[in-house]
Ligand binder design. Sequence first.
Ligand code: G6P
Length: 365
Amino acid sequence: EAAQKGGYDTFMLKEIHEQPYAIAETLRGRVEGTDRIILPELDAIHDKFKTFNKAYFVACGTAYHACLSGANILERLTGIPTFTQVASEFRYCDPIVDEKTMCVFVSQSGETADTMAALRLAKEKGCTTIAVANVLGSSISREADHTIYTCAGPEIAVASTKAYTTQLIVLLLLGMYISQALGNENEDYKRIIEGIASLPQHIENILKDEKTFEHYASYLKDLKDTYYIGRSLDYATVLEGALKLKEVSYVHADAYIAGELKHGPIALIEQGSLVIAVATQPNIAAKTISNIQETIARGANVILFTIDGQEVGNVKETYILPDVDPILQSVLVAVPLQLIAYYAAGLKGCDVDKPRNLAKSVTVE
Ligand code: G6P
């Protein structure tokens, strides 16, 4: 097993560090220069994308968080109204879907029982189904109309890391591909493609700041609770950040839409509370940062992930993310949030690769 860990103490840390490679593999052959995204898996339905009047994204756990980002991005890029649903809800909520609906099912293992049941229901209702899976030949890839693989390689740690970021990549590529199919590439298109190609290098650079994130984790040493906040795409990101922390460190973490703080969660903030905030979207970063000030006024320590040029005020720690198109930021911020969870788990003495009560793949309902 030590050999399999490739010199790392745990599979989780190894898999976090594999992300630049896993992302590069997932991009391989799918980005043509700065002009086009290539997904031969979908060429058979290239012309059908014009007929869809809505899109559903369905999954469980971490893959559901990837769906929240993917849906946000698809809507921004194509204008197709999108909906995101947890698979265990989708299968029982009598979803309003038909042959004009495309349904995207995301699953690392390709075997999750609820996701499979949701896929079967969507097929029964006549939807076009697209799976995003990591395991070749998995059940989901056999049953979906079309499958796009993430190329993360085997993920052993229970807490998903490289599978998540490669899912984000495939969903970005999907959004770009559909945008091409609809003929509505906008002026940002080339810049986004260049940005996608640069993500492995940006993640390499972020990983060099590992010690910084280990230091951020030290704020959690004596805490039992923490709060993650963000808006829009950053909300999907903080949901995943909070899940990662809960899974491996057993610290209770809640993720909130920053604008909702004043509607309840702010009542929980007291001297010494920790707020981890993500504000990478230029149109609303200042709004989230203003919410942060309200928590600081009540004694919170804040760790902020943001972009250059923001007036951040009195936060304890600020990490500035690389300058890439806003739709690419969820891939980048994922990495520091994984490392914070990882090092917090270490401080609490937890077995990160095998967290209590959790399974890598949930094949029963
Ligand atoms: C389990 C795992 C999670 C994973 C979820 C969905 O709960 O512990 O890490 O996100 O299942 O798994 P899937 O294989 O469908 O992505």
